[in-house]
Design a protein around this ligand. Structure first.
Ligand SMILES: [Zn+2]
Length: 54
């Protein structure tokens, strides 16, 4: 998991997508791991990395 996060960090500059509503957040991956990040729109705490975003 750590490796994945490092890769995300490099490629996407700490940008994650909310799994629930798709909102983007830009945060430190550490905070994602620690569960400290909430989606601004829906207040959920599940995020994923952006893969290919048009
Ligand atoms: Zn959301």
């Amino acid at each position: 998991m750590a490796k994945i996060l490092v890769t995300q960090n490099r490629l996407f500059k700490n940008v994650f997508l909310c799994k629930n509503c798709g909102a983007r957040v830009q945060v430190n991956p550490k905070k994602i791991l620690e569960g400290k990040v909430q989606c601004r729109r829906c207040k959920k705490k599940s995020f994923r990395a952006i893969k290919k975003d048009k």
